[in-house]
Design a protein. Structure first.
Lengths: 352, 325, 318
């Protein structure tokens, strides 16, 4: 009996701690809401654990802090649907009931959210569709996935001067971002008839799966020249396995602008990456939310600026092989700077 | 044989201790709800209760079916994927015929078909329910991706959307439908001989066989029933989102199993109740919904979800152990 | 009943593995190349470690859902210690200590308080998933490079990776533990009938604590291997799919989900089966939308083969 009581006490203490933490959080928000001139931003995303998500959440939280410090009354939080459509719908419904000022929604599938967009707008909430544009949304924040993929494919083809065996690691079947990136990459590679796509496999945005796929490819295709990925998350295990097996002559082509991959470019393994950068995008969200609620002019479709990134050597090489010079390319150091310091492009100073 | 006969007779009487347990669980629900209201007063608003009901309407149906399966000592991992698969077949039928009634019947039949495959393999071929439903889980998800060509299809037929879409004020009408299904199934489980067979199969397959019950048929019926529930769920989901979705129902099988086990049904089979499952579904739904309203960081939400779940089941069990003493 | 048919009945998973191997070999001869075999043998290591721990849990009639995500958590824990203190040894000690603690917590609630294992381990799964994101320094990915990680990740002996050899040794230990010690008998007894186990004087509570400590310890090992192979850690590693693969391997290897029955040998072949399926998806370059269909059909085919063998050997259901 005494033992049972002890468990109970321990459990009650746990409850107390959780309550305390959550309560403090609630109080803070209530205090914010009481103030009239506030900006409450909610971001509903499909996940929260991929490397890109971690950076994204970090940038978003930092930006909220910076804007709040500068202008006051700015709050924001992030919800993760963990890949479940039903969960995301529920989160969107509950968020609309909370009546924030701006909602960013990275819909698992936009068609499912049409009824909710209307509901939110009736309530005066600004709905910003993330990545997959929506006609009905107030704004759409897009990445130009097809163009970015095209640039990556084009750079790859030019790097090998039109002769290469490429394997592409895809997202999850049916995921709109993944499909668009794949379409772009294939389009870019198609400019070089000598480039052969020898394998395409979905790694479902999962690094562990990516690792096995890379290993199987190295075994299966001794002729493999390059691995192209629709996310940088696939590059970490692919590079690690190549290093472990002593494979020197395979290059990697990324998408995301993750800071560690940008650093990896200097070592020469990664040919080209696309500068999204999670931190940068997190900052850009808060800037956008501030702009649209403060009467500044914003295009209905906000095209996030996402240039390809290369080293000086690679850029010189692909340009010599016909990579169009009108496509703006960031050099690694510049990309690293803007990726690390989101406030340079999107900080409070940018909206003054 | 005698023993098992007595065994499953005893389980139909809702004993006093079972009622105490339900009251205790309801008490815990009140505590947890108070806690969430404390953090965010919107938790108790009518709109939020409507959102909560809508969000558990599908889980409710799937958990009903899952309760039967778990009572027979099995498990059905395919229900979540089946929601997507049945929906794909239904939406394509709707596109082809334009007739919502035919489409609805076909949707439910498609769900039942996956259920039949499960039931046939488990009952007739005596294969592990875990393995076969794992295979049909992959198969149903895969077929839904293939049928949808991996992209969603918008649905505009108002009659087909009616069940999942319509609300009276903040409350979805589907919850009334759920209650009707529950009453029907409850009478099936408690009054009809079918219910007795289900418990008999779960308590002791061999004894049930000797008693002259057709174990294979019972198992097939149970899995088909779960498949039918998945079919109905997919009609509700399509109504809710006005479109057919290839990734609908992802991980719902785990939510359903969790709700059933929280409700006191034993994974070992032969024991369980639908009322417990309802309480489990509501409880689980409240935890998920309440956590969204805290607005906490997703990592913190995950920890909180685990802690609350653990605290609830431990308190429940401590109370059960006490009343057993 | 002939000797052959009895052998077939008891070892039909071997037949399944052999048949699948032959089919994939005929489709693509590279499937049996030395390099591919070594690759498979390495890919199954993290799953195999989860399998070893989960095997005892399942035979005892329980389930440990936390194993997959906790292996990711332990990988991150090792990374955090390595990144902060630069020490591999202290990181590994931390992983062992914390994993045993986690196992003890699971075991306490399941054995002593008698909460169903499914719910307890589901709850601890949520907790470790959240903690993985909370303990890692924000916006940082920790790279694990250097001697130890390189050794575990890529060093070979007689053409086999050390991690594979470690797994094989652990399988032998598990076989010994399960078949040659009292412990194994107790686990089976508990899974068969807990009340009877108590009556014959087995301390069920203590046994469950030990079983869950073993499973958590195995998750810790899997975490170490996982981090070494990846060369970095971040919360996005998908532990859930590793765990489902592990449970599938155990059950297709002839262990009952209800407990009380199973063999270490069967589980080993089940593990090979999973490794082969995962490998074949890439080897055959199955198109993305067909992945799931393919996997489903292969498993169903294996199950039907299993049934046919049993039927041929003249064994009536039950």
């Amino acid at each position: 009996m005494i033992k049972t009581n002890r468990i109970l006490i321990a459990l009650i203490m746990c409850i107390a701690i959780v309550t305390g933490m959550a309560f403090a959080n609630g109080q803070q928000e209530a205090a914010m809401a009481a103030d009239g001139d506030t900006l409450d931003i909610v971001f509903i995303n499909d996940g929260h654990v991929a490397p890109y998500h971690v950076a994204w959440l970090g940038g978003f939280e930092d930006a909220i802090k910076a804007y709040n410090k500068e202008f006051g009354g700015i709050t924001g939080h992030w919800l993760s649907a963990e890949g479940s459509l039903e969960k995301m719908i529920q989160q969107a419904e509950a968020t609309i009931n909370q009546d924030p000022d701006v909602m960013f929604v990275n819909a698992i599938n936009t068609k499912a959210f049409e009824p909710l967009v209307k509901k939110a707008q009736d309530q005066g909430i600004i709905w910003i569709a993330v990545h997959s544009p929506m006609e009905s949304a107030d704004y759409s924040f897009t990445l130009g996935d097809v163009t970015n993929g095209y640039n990556q494919g084009l750079a790859l083809g030019a790097y090998y001067n039109g002769e290469a065996n490429v394997a592409i690691m895809l997202g999850q079947a049916g995921n709109p971002s993944g499909e668009a990136r794949r379409e772009g990459i294939l389009k870019g590679l198609a400019e070089y008839p000598g480039v052969k796509v020898i394998a395409e496999q979905p790694a479902d945005w999962d690094t562990v799966k990516a690792q096995s796929i890379a290993e199987n490819w190295y075994t299966q295709f001794p002729e493999l020249d390059a691995i192209s990925g629709v996310t940088d998350a696939y590059l970490y295990p692919s590079i690690a396995i190549a290093e472990n097996r002593g494979i020197e002559d395979v290059t990697f082509w990324g998408y995301d602008g993750d800071i560690p991959i940008l650093e990896e470019m200097k070592a020469g393994k990664v040919g080209c990456d696309i500068l999204l950068s999670g931190t940068r995008e997190g900052w850009a969200f808060v800037q956008t939310a501030y702009k649209v609620t403060h009467g500044m002019k914003v295009d209905k479709v906000i095209d996030f600026y996402t240039p390809p990134v290369m080293t000086e050597e690679v850029y010189a090489m692909v340009k010599a092989n016909g990579f169009p010079s009108d496509i703006e390319v960031y050099m690694v150091d510049k990309a690293l700077e803007v990726a690390e310091k989101g406030y340079l492009e999107f900080g409070p100073d940018s909206v003054k | 044989m005698e023993l098992s006969k007595a065994g499953f007779k005893g389980k139909f009487r809702i004993s006093a201790s079972k009622n105490v347990r339900y009251l205790f669980l309801i008490g815990l629900i009140i505590v947890v709800s108070t806690f969430f209201t404390f953090i965010n007063p919107k938790f108790l608003s009518l709109v939020n209760i409507g959102i909560l009901l809508r969000s558990i309407s599908v889980l409710f149906l799937l958990s009903m079916g899952m309760t039967f399966v778990i009572i027979t000592g099995g498990v059905d991992l395919s229900v979540g994927s089946n929601v997507a698969f049945a929906g794909a077949v239904g939406v394509l039928t709707l596109q082809a015929t334009g007739n919502p009634v035919i489409a609805a019947i076909v949707t439910i039949a498609a769900g039942a078909a996956i259920g039949f495959i499960n039931g046939y393999f488990v009952g007739k071929l005596d294969l592990s329910p875990f393995m076969i439903t794992l295979a049909t889980m992959a198969l149903a998800r895969g077929l839904s991706l293939v049928l949808y060509k991996a992209d969603a299809i918008s649905v505009t037929n108002e009659a087909f959307l009616w069940l999942g879409k319509t609300s009276v004020g903040p409350f979805p009408i589907v919850i009334v439908f759920d209650i009707l299904v529950f009453l029907f199934i409850k009478s099936l489980l408690n009054r009809h001989t079918f219910g007795r067979d289900v418990f008999a199969v779960g308590s002791n397959l061999k004894a049930a066989h000797l008693l002259g019950r057709n174990v294979n048929m019972v198992l097939i019926k149970v899995y088909v029933l779960t498949g039918v529930m998945a079919g109905i769920s997919s009609i509700i989901t399509i109504g809710r989102v006005s479109s057919g979705q290839p990734w609908a129902g992802l991980n719902l099988e785990f939510d359903a199993i969790t709700a059933v086990v929280m409700g006191g049904t034993s994974m070992a089979g032969g024991e369980g109740s639908l009322v417990g499952t309802i309480i489990g579904v509501i409880f689980y739904g409240i935890i998920i919904n309440g956590l969204i309203l805290t607005g906490a960081n997703p990592y913190f939400q995950s920890v909180a979800k685990g802690l609350i779940l653990l605290i609830v089941v431990v308190l429940d069990q401590v109370q059960k152990n006490r009343s057993a003493e | 009943m002939g000797k052959v048919s009895r052998w077939l009945r008891d070892n039909n998973i071997i037949v399944i593995v052999v048949v699948t191997t032959i089919i994939f070999y005929l489709i693509n001869p590279r499937f049996l190349s030395g390099e591919n075999v070594v690759a498979i043998s390495r890919q199954i290591v993290p799953i195999g470690l989860i399998v070893l721990g989960q095997f005892f849990v399942l035979v005892s009639g329980n389930i440990d859902l936390s194993m997959g995500m906790s292996s990711v958590f332990f990988a991150i824990l090792l990374g955090v210690f390595f990144g902060m203190l630069g020490g591999v040894v202290i990181g590994i000690i931390a992983v062992f200590v914390v994993s045993l603690m986690l196992g003890a917590i699971n075991g306490y609630f399941i054995g002593k308080v008698k909460v169903p294992a499914f719910i307890v381990t589901l709850a601890t799964m949520f907790i470790v998933t959240g903690l993985s994101g909370l303990i890692i320094p924000p916006r940082q990915m920790i790279f694990l490079r250097g001697g130890f990680f390189k050794f575990i990740g890529s060093a070979k002996l007689f053409g086999m990776y050390y991690s594979t050899l470690i797994l094989l040794v652990l399988f032998v230990i598990a076989w010994f533990l399960y078949n040659k010690t009292k412990f194994g008998g107790y686990v089976i007894a508990i899974g068969d009938n807990e009340e009877n186990a108590k009556l014959v004087g087995i301390n069920v509570t203590k046994m469950k604590m030990i079983i869950f400590m073993i499973s958590a310890f195995c998750s810790g090992l899997a975490g170490i291997i996982l981090s070494s192979r990846m060369g970095f850690v971040q919360p996005g590693l998908d532990g859930a799919s590793i765990m489902m693969d592990a449970i599938t391997a155990i059950i297709i290897g002839g262990t009952l989900l209800q407990g009380g029955k199973g063999t270490v040998g069967g589980v080993f072949w089940g593990l090979l089966f999973i490794g082969i399926i995962n490998n074949s998806l890439n080897l055959l370059n199955v198109q993305d939308v067909w992945h799931q269909v393919f996997k489903g059909i292969v498993i169903i085919a294996a199950l039907v083969l299993n049934w046919a063998i049993r039927k041929q050997s003249g064994i009536e259901a039950h």
